[in-house]
Design a protein. Structure first.
Length: 223
């Protein structure tokens, strides 16, 4: 058994599962992947042995259990990567943490109106609130790349947890044809071209497990 086990949900509908999965893949950390289908009659029963919150993702590392995607990424960086998954500069690290927490906890209209779906490929007119949230994400991507990108392709030059947290958003924006500035669109497409993001999307599109989702709000909350 590997030292690290990552419990995730359906790749096609579990955006927050992607974040720590991508971090582990990008830093070539070996782990066992445990996938549990969400929204089924026995989902809670199957998650019980792994997840105190009965949600995904969950990381089990030796004797430690960590749940919540951002907490898992923080733990991986601190425990397995000597904090390499955050920018080294204190100011940039603070900004990276702030925008990661912001996308993780805010943007309710985005998560409700445009639920994560690797198979999505259509235009859906956003509400006024969603337009404002898209503009905020656009500003984050554009400003971080301009100010801190160091002529690199990621938000802070090299790959970081911030890019992990925004990878699901790139998939959503692409699937729903979000209107973005040139700089934000470039970043979105760069993330989508990441080979591990491509692998996640491909695996998500292959899934055939039917989901019992009552609403897009439930999907955003539970997955």
């Amino acid at each position: 058994m590997k030292d690290s086990r990552l419990v995730i949900g359906n790749k096609n509908h579990s955006p927050w599962s992607l974040c720590p999965w991508l971090l582990l893949k990008m830093y070539d950390i070996k782990f066992e992947e445990i996938q549990i289908a969400l929204y089924q009659d026995n989902t809670a029963e199957k998650l019980g042995p792994y997840s105190p919150s009965l949600k995904v993702p969950v990381l089990l590392h030796k004797q430690t259990t960590v749940w919540d995607s951002l907490a898992i990424c923080e733990y991986i960086s601190e425990t397995l990567l000597q904090n390499a998954a955050w920018p080294t500069d204190p100011k940039r690290r603070a900004i990276a943490r702030s925008i990661s927490s912001e996308i993780h906890s805010e943007f309710p209209s985005l998560k409700e109106e445009w639920p994560f779906n690797c198979k999505a490929s259509f235009s859906q007119a956003p509400s006024t609130n969603l337009v404002e949230e898209i503009s905020r994400v656009d500003a984050i991507w554009s400003n971080c790349r301009y100010r801190y990108g160091n002529n690199g392709n990621y938000l802070f030059g090299r790959f970081s947890i911030a890019d992990c947290l925004f990878a699901p958003i790139a998939i959503v924006f692409n699937g729903y044809n979000a209107e973005l500035s040139s700089e934000a669109d470039t970043y979105m497409n760069f993330l989508l071209d990441n080979p591990f993001v491509q692998k996640w999307i491909a695996l998500g599109r292959r899934e055939t497990q039917p989901l019992r989702i009552l609403s897009s709000r439930d999907a955003a909350r539970l997955g």
